[in-house]
Design a binder for this molecule. Structure first.
Ligand code: HEM
Ligand code: SF4
Ligand code: SF4
Length: 406
């Protein structure tokens, strides 16, 4: 195989598809970095043996930080000495993932000089990840990143670096300033990010609208999703233009999940009280339909990918709040809420139990009481399910009414 001294028939197979292959990129990096060449050999061995060849245990880090460096030690250093230590540095990404080409070149130089010449940009964690350095190189690598203005991100049982979609910087659908919230929360919660004291990881992601380009609803413990409160704005002239291009009834109205749209006599109407803000119609006819003008955010809690228990989507904790107004007060409501959630998790969570799992275990009612939020009918496990909470006071009220009526 070009670019590596190892025999890698299984990995070679992964270069054959029509899509870009990570194997080709590894090979390119291996031409400059012997340790990354050994990484290729180790990966081939993993594919052959059907087990990962990274061993558990071992510490890596930099002074003053309990998080941000993820230690990786191979269990086969005699065959692949370059992978004996192949650590990852999580570097706090820029909000919305904007970089100048100059800063990228400088980061790439650090990655070539002090690590395995490999980056992983913006996976689930959000951070930039520099791969393949040894403990003795960690401090210098970190110092060079710091001089460029980058801090470490979160790892281990700590807050992960909050992340967001591009929001109002480039997207007209943003209902709040995702970049500002992310920056503000990141600065506020430095201690929680760099010094692991939690039961497990905690992720915060900010999406400007329900399109959720940052996939917050599926993979962050706390997701803040921009929504509007009033009616979708309709431009009937533009609706007429779209009608010339495609069948509005078939492709938009009939696909509305709550069937709250109607297109009769060339006029589009929406029963907004039944709209669940799925964005389908707006995405399909962006010139004709726009979100309302009362913009804010919804807070969801408890999503995660599989680990201790299976995957979960978040559920709605706060259906709508005026996060734009809260900005003037430095997002006080949001920060207080997050703090209460952490206090509860800290008190009752078991080791490696994510907040969503804890809520499931102790019940939504107990959780809401602890964080001092009122139960709401919007709090459902998934769309079109019954609310978690039985609203007994209404039942009692009904019974009283009935007994009065005799
Ligand atoms: C059995 C072994 C492993 C399991 C079960 C595992 C599981 C996971 C899971 C579930 C995530 C996603 C976490 C999240 O963002 O919600 C993750 C992320 C990650 N893991 Fe592993 N992992 C394993 C081994 C490894 C190894 C061997 C490495 C590196 C050599 C590694 C490096 C990473 C990195 C860098 C991320 C962050 C990726 C991103 O944000 O896109 N993991 N791992
Ligand atoms: S989540 Fe919404 S606001 Fe953010 S980039 Fe995607 S479409 Fe735009
Ligand atoms: S946003 Fe979704 S639910 Fe609301 S009207 Fe459009 S398609 Fe229907």
């Amino acid at each position: 195989m070009a670019g590596t001294k190892h025999k890698t028939p299984l990995l070679d197979d992964l270069k054959e598809g029509k899509w870009p292959s990570f194997v080709k990129e590894l090979e390119r990096a291996a031409q400059k970095s012997p340790r990354t060449d050994d990484l290729i050999g180790l990966l081939e061995k993993s594919y052959r043996d059907h087990i990962p060849h990274w061993k558990h245990g071992g510490m890596a880090g930099v002074k003053g930080y309990g998080a941000g460096i993820v230690g990786r030690f191979s269990d086969s250093p005699e065959d692949f000495p370059g992978t004996q230590e192949y650590h990852t540095a999580r570097i706090n990404q820029i909000e919305g993932f904007f970089y100048t080409s100059d800063v990228l070149r400088k980061l790439a130089d650090i990655c070539d000089e002090h690590a395995g010449g490999l980056f992983n940009f913006h996976g689930s964690t959000g951070d930039i990840q520099i791969l393949g350095f040894k403990q003795k190189e960690a401090e210098e690598l970190f110092q060079k990143c710091a001089q460029l203005g980058f801090d470490l991100g979160g790892s281990g049982s700590a807050l992960r670096t909050p992340s967001c979609c591009v929001g109002p910087a480039r997207c007209e659908w943003a209902n709040y300033d995702t970049l500002h919230v992310t920056d503000n929360l990141t600065r506020e919660f430095q201690n929680e990010m760099h010094r692991p004291t939690f039961n497990y990881k905690f992720k915060i992601k900010c999406a400007g609208c329900p399109n959720d380009c940052i996939a917050s609803g599926a993979r962050s413990d706390l997701s803040i999703v921009g929504v509007w409160k009033d009616n979708i704005r309709i431009d009937q002239d533009q609706v007429a233009e779209y009608a010339k291009k495609f069948d509005i009834k078939k492709y938009v109205v009939d696909k509305c999940p709550t069937h709250c749209m109607d297109y009769t006599d060339d006029k589009l109407t929406i029963d907004d009280s039944n709209c669940v803000k799925c964005m389908h119609c707006i995405n399909s006819m962006p010139k004709a339909l726009r979100p309302g003008l009362q913009k804010g955010a919804q807070i969801r809690i408890g999503a995660k990918v599989p680990m201790v228990q299976g995957p979960r989507l978040g559920f709605i904790l706060v259906p709508f709040y005026d996060i734009n107004k809260d900005k003037e007060e430095d997002y006080t409501f949001l920060k207080d809420l997050i703090q209460k959630i952490w206090d509860f998790w800290d008190e009752y969570g078991t080791s490696r139990e994510r907040i969503g799992e804890l809520i499931q275990r102790v019940g939504v009612g107990n959780f809401l009481e602890a964080i001092e939020l009122e139960p709401l009918p919007e709090m459902v496990e998934h769309p079109r399910a019954n609310p978690f909470i039985k609203f007994e006071e209404y039942l009692v009220a009904d019974e009283e009414e009935e007994s009065k009526e005799g």
